[in-house]
Design a binder for this molecule. Structure first.
Ligand SMILES: Nc1ncnc2c1ncn2[C@@H]1O[C@H](COP(=O)(O)OP(=O)(O)OP(=O)(O)O)[C@@H](O)[C@H]1O
Ligand SMILES: [Mg+2]
Length: 416
C-alpha cells in the first residue's frame, strides 16, 4: 500500500463509487462521482472520463475533475489513437514520459497544466473498449499493487455501469420506435376510415353494373369471361377495404376453422397470371399433414397475396419464388414461408419495412406489410424476415393452432 494513502481511504472511495452506481442517479452523476472520488483516492491532480459515442465514433469527454478549462479545450483526441494504444483492456497504462509518449497528443499543454504522470484505464466489456479513464498526477511515483487493483476495480465497475446505461438507452429507443409505429398505425387508421367510404361507393357502382351486364351477355360470349373477372376483382377490392378498415379499427378478424394450404392455393390462383407474364416460377411445397386453425380467410389471403407480390416485385424476370407450409403439432403452430431469389433488403432497411408508407417501389403504397403485420398480430401470429442483399428474402409467418372450442380441436384436425 502506498504511503500517500491508506487502505481505509481507498475503501471509502470505492464504497462511494459503488454506492452512486447502485443508486437511482443517472449516468452523469455516477461519472462525476467516479472522477472526483478517484482523484481524491489517489491524491491526483485530476481525472477525465471519455465514453465512445457509437454514432460519431469519437471518445467524448463525459466527466472531468481537477483540470483547468484551457486544458480541457485543447482539442479532439483521435479514436484510432486511443484504441490502438490500449491493447489490453483490464490493464492500467502508466505514462511517465509526457513529451514522448505516443498516447499524449498535446504534450505542451499537458506539461503546462503541471501534469507529470498519467494513468490510463480502458473501460471495457468483453474486450470491447467503450470508454477511457485517465488520471493525472503532478509527480512521478511508484504505484503499489493495491493502488493498481483499486484502479482496475473502478474501471471494471465503471464499464459495467456504462454498459447498463447503454442497454437501458437502446431499450428506450426501441420503445420509442414502437410508439412511433403505433402512432403511424393509428393515423393510418383515421385516414383509411376517411377514404374507405369514398372508395366503397364507386366499387359498389362497378359491381352493380358489371353484375347486370353479365346477366345480359349470351352464355359463351367472349365478354362474359372479362366481366366475371371484373366482378371477382371488385369483390376482392371491397374485401381489402373492409379488411383495412377492420385492422385500422382494431376490429377482430372473423375467424373460422380453415386450412391455410387452401388459402395459399387461392392466393396463388389470384396472382398466377402476373407471375406467368413475368416468367417467374413458383415452387410450391405445401404440407400434406396440414391442420386446420382459426383464421379469417379473407385477411390471411390478403397477407399471402401481399407477400407473393412483394416477392414478384423483388425478383428479375425468370426469377424464382418458393411457397411452403408446415405444421408443428409438438409446438402447436403452423408456418408458411414465402421466399424469393430477388434483390434482398439491406440490413438497415429491414426494421423499416413494417412501417406504414415505407416503400421502395415506384408504384407501391407501402401499406402491404404494415397491414399484413396487423392482421397477423390479430391472429396471435408472428412474422419474421430473413434477407440477404442480392441473394433473396424469406418471410415466415406462424400461427398458433386454435379451435373454436378447444375440445373440438381433434375433430377439426381429423377432418383437415
Ligand atoms: N420480398 C422482398 N424483397 C425485397 N424487398 C422487399 C420484399 N418485401 C418487401 N420489401 C421491401 O419492403 C417495402 C415495403 O413493402 P410493402 O408490401 O409494405 O409495400 P410495397 O410493396 O412497397 O407497396 P404495396 O404493398 O402497398 O403495393 C417494399 O417497398 C420493399 O422495399
Ligand atoms: Mg407490398
Amino acid at each position: 500500500m502506498s504511503s500517500s494513502t491508506s487502505f481505509e481511504g481507498y475503501f471509502n472511495v470505492i464504497r462511494n463509487i459503488i454506492g452512486a452506481m447502485h443508486s437511482l442517479t443517472g449516468l452523469q452523476d455516477v461519472l462525476d462521482v467516479v472522477v472526483t472520488q478517484s482523484t481524491r483516492g489517489l491524491k491526483a491532480k485530476g481525472a477525465l472520463l471519455r465514453i465512445l459515442n457509437k454514432e460519431t465514433n469519437r471518445f467524448e469527454v463525459r466527466a472531468a475533475a481537477g483540470l483547468g478549462q484551457r486544458y480541457l479545450n485543447k482539442g479532439p483526441v483521435t479514436t484510432e489513437k486511443i484504441l490502438s494504444t490500449l491493447s489490453e483492456p483490464g490493464n492500467v497504462y502508466i505514462i511517465t514520459d509526457i513529451w514522448n509518449a505516443p498516447r499524449i497528443e498535446y504534450p505542451q499543454q499537458t506539461w503546462d497544466e503541471g501534469i507529470r504522470m498519467i494513468l490510463d484505464m480502458p473501460l471495457a466489456i468483453d474486450e470491447h473498449v467503450t470508454g477511457l479513464m485517465r488520471i493525472y498526477l503532478t509527480e512521478q511515483r511508484e504505484l503499489s499493487d493495491d493502488e493498481l487493483d483499486f484502479l482496475k476495480t473502478i474501471a471494471m465497475q465503471c464499464a459495467c455501469v456504462i454498459e447498463r446505461v447503454h442497454l437501458i438507452e437502446s431499450q428506450r429507443a426501441h420503445f420509442t420506435t414502437l410508439a412511433t409505429h403505433m402512432e403511424k398505425l393509428s393515423s393510418l387508421g383515421r385516414m383509411a376510415a376517411g377514404i374507405a367510404h369514398e372508395i366503397n361507393n364507386p366499387l359498389g357502382g362497378i359491381l352493380l353494373f358489371s353484375s347486370n351486364m353479365v346477366k345480359k351477355v349470351p352464355e359463351g360470349d367472349p365478354l362474359e369471361k372479362g366481366l366475371k373477372i371484373i366482378i371477382r376483382e371488385t369483390q376482392r377490392c371491397k374485401a381489402i377495404i373492409q379488411g383495412l378498415l377492420e385492422f385500422a379499427r382494431h376490429g377482430k378478424p372473423q375467424k373460422a376453422p380453415a386450412n391455410i394450404n387452401d388459402i395459399v392455393e387461392t392466393a396463388l390462383g389470384i396472382v398466377e397470371n402476373q407471375f406467368y407474364l413475368r416468367h417467374v416460377t413458383v415452387k410450391k411445397e405445401l404440407a400434406q399433414d396440414m391442420v386446420k386453425t382459426l383464421l379469417d380467410k379473407n385477411q390471411i389471403e390478403q397477407v399471402v397475396i401481399n407477400l407473393l407480390l412483394n416477392a414478384l416485385h423483388a425478383v428479375e424476370d425468370h426469377g424464382r419464388v418458393t411457397v411452403s407450409s408446415s405444421a408443428d403439432l409438438l409446438h402447436n403452430k403452423i408456418t408458411v414461408e414465402i421466399g424469393d431469389n430477388g434483390c434482398g433488403i439491406p440490413a438497415e432497411n429491414v426494421k423499416k419495412i413494417f412501417e406504414p408508407f415505407y416503400t421502395t417501389g415506384a408504384s407501391g403504397t407501402g401499406l402491404g406489410l404494415s397491414v399484413s403485420y396487423g392482421i397477423i398480430k390479430n391472429h396471435e401470429g408472428d412474422i419474421d424476415v430473413f434477407s440477404e442483399v442480392a441473394k433473396g428474402t424469406r418471410f415466415t409467418i406462424q400461427f398458433p393452432v386454435l379451435a373454436e372450442n378447444p375440445t373440438e380441436r381433434m375433430a377439426h384436425n381429423e377432418n383437415a
